[in-house]
Write a protein that binds this ligand. Structure first.
Ligand code: ADP
Ligand code: S3P
Ligand code: MG
Length: 196
């Protein structure tokens, strides 16, 4: 037997896919918010292609993000990141998870606004810190006080991430819950667009 909630979940997916499947869906937000993981799960649920810009940068450069920062510095990394994001947006549609700094770049932000519906995965500092402290792959956090660094980035960047079309509260609940909330928010936005 099919439960009612399964039917409505399928309906929400259909509405979201029909409204946004022909447009890029872009995840933005700070390190640890869940962009890479949740973006991939949303793409799978909506049966849309997925790419993570950091993974694409690593693929084309044949280097890790940490190696790129070490060898060329942040400025060069940002230039490469902006080029990769432009190419991915223009060759979409797809679900694109960006690295945390991508939406801060003015040109990439303008492109994302033009070419995509953007979703900010917003999380509190303690949630982010618990997640990112487990891995040492993020060069910006190789500082004497990484939690403070994350807090400083949060203060600088949150007003900018707030320009995204949709905000989802990323917290310590099952990832599937965040995925369903994201799809429901996309479907709701599709409904708003249909009315206005
Ligand atoms: N809702 C969640 N519950 C538990 N862990 C999560 C959740 N969302 C993300 N994570 C974990 O947090 C870590 C960072 O996620 P990731 O997708 O790499 O974030 P980002 O790409 O935004 O930096 C990963 O280990 C991921 O599995
Ligand atoms: O916030 C940032 O400036 C960065 C975030 C990272 O991606 P995630 O947000 O996926 O960790 C990665 O692009 C790089 O280390 C820089
Ligand atoms: Mg990521």
């Amino acid at each position: 037997m099919t439960a009612v909630s399964d039917v409505s979940r399928q309906d929400l997916r259909r509405v979201a896919r029909e409204a946004f499947g022909a447009r890029n869906i872009v995840f933005v937000g700070l390190m640890g918010a869940g962009k890479s993981v949740i973006g991939k799960m949303v793409a799978t649920a909506l049966e849309l292609p997925f790419v993570d810009s950091d993974a694409e940068i690593e693929r084309v450069s044949q280097m890790t993000i940490a190696e790129l920062f070490d060898l060329y510095g942040e400025t060069e990394f940002r230039a490469l990141e902006a080029r990769v994001i432009e190419r991915l947006l223009k060759s979409g549609p797809r679900v694109l998870s960006t690295g945390g700094g991508a939406f801060i770049n003015e040109k990439s932000r303008a492109l994302i606004k033009d070419e995509a519906v953007s979703i900010w995965l917003k999380a509190d500092l303690d949630v982010l810190w618990e997640r990112v402290k487990k891995r040492d792959t993020r060069p910006l956090l190789k500082t004497a006080e990484p939690e403070q660094t994350l807090k400083t980035l949060m203060e600088k960047r949150y007003p900018i991430y707030a320009e995204a079309d949709i905000t989802i509260n990323s917290r310590n609940v099952r990832k599937e819950v965040i995925v369903e909330e994201t799809i429901a928010a996309l479907a709701a936005r599709a409904g708003e667009a249909a009315i206005s």
